[in-house]
Design a protein around this ligand. Structure first.
Ligand SMILES: [Zn+2]
Length: 302
């Protein structure tokens, strides 16, 4: 039986907003294969808290495959194998919600949660978060990188196998009297829900049509010293320009506040208009040639 660890990072609080996946396959007593992929979530809305955790920006995943594209090569192993995940209800939830968001069926799954395993085999007052268990066991990895997290999860399971002399991960389920949790197959969801991908694509298309004559878009950004700066779009005959109220912007230079908006980095965005970041990007993409807000143009502009 294939045994593999799975870890997702998400763009926001929604379970169907995966932006990265990591997998680590176990054979015998070791990890034999590791993979990770970036994923373009159906809605390009990244929450500052999520960006702080994984460091992935909208700009990083704009050209990445969608969830079904990225997962196609891994789904057979996930469906036939035993999945390990640290706090598994989250990762299994992401897998199911994302397939459902694309109108796809969920295969039957079986999983084991390594948090539950760690609580029994490596209990400690400081808790059993991935970073903490890994540190106690001397597993070296880069926390919050999906590929690295999946690897650490697999190594925690292997450490438990060794600690209990269980022989294998399957043997661990017997040693701990902890059977794998079975998730029955689910048919594709019926119709396009208003908050599903199709529904949101329709809403986005309508919003894009409505913004043919763009009004000003304005953002408030927190500078590195805590000052607030205003980044505003200025429609001109030659195209759209972004102007920032910081010293560099007032002197007509490109600044990191404008860069952040163009990268979709909302970490320091104080104004409550995350959606405008993506709206601005669509305007830039839709602009006819010569009227694009390209970095060079911006540098010359202002
Ligand atoms: Zn600035």
């Amino acid at each position: 039986m294939t045994v593999l660890a799975l870890d997702f990072e998400t763009a926001n609080e929604r379970r169907d907003s995966a932006c990265a996946v990591g997998l680590a396959w176990i054979e015998g007593d070791r990890v034999v294969r590791r993979e990770s992929r970036l994923i373009r979530p159906p809605e390009m809305r990244f929450s500052p808290g999520n960006i702080r955790v994984h460091g992935i920006l909208p700009a990083d995943v704009r050209d990445a495959p969608t969830f079904p594209e990225a997962m196609a090569e891994f789904l057979p192993d996930l469906a036939q194998g035993l999945i390990l995940a640290h706090n598994a209800t989250f990762d299994i939830g992401v897998l199911r919600a994302s397939l459902a968001a694309y109108g796809l069926p969920t295969p039957a799954l079986a999983y084991l949660c390594t948090v539950r395993i760690a609580r029994q085999v490596f209990p400690d007052p400081e808790g059993c978060g991935l970073g903490k268990v890994a540190r106690r066991l001397g597993i070296r990895f880069q926390h919050h990188d999906a590929g690295e997290d999946a690897y650490a999860c697999a190594e925690i399971a292997l450490a438990a196998v060794r600690a209990l002399d269980a022989g294998s991960v399957l043997g661990l389920t017997h040693a701990l009297a902890m059977p794998a949790t079975a998730v029955p197959a689910a048919p594709p969801p019926y119709g396009a829900r208003p908050d599903g991908v199709t529904g949101r694509a329709v809403a986005a298309a309508r919003a894009a049509r409505g913004s043919a004559a763009p009004k000003e878009i304005a953002f408030t950004i927190r500078g590195s010293t805590g000052n607030r700066y205003a980044v505003r779009s200025e429609p001109r005959v030659t195209g759209l320009y972004l102007r920032c109220s910081c010293q560099a912007g007032r002197n007509g230079r490109r600044c990191r506040h404008v860069d952040a908006i163009l990268d979709g980095d909302v970490t320091d965005l104080l104004s409550d208009n995350h959606a405008d970041v993506e709206r601005l990007r669509r305007l830039i993409e839709a602009a006819p040639d010569g009227h694009r807000i390209l970095p060079e143009r911006l540098r010359r502009a202002a």
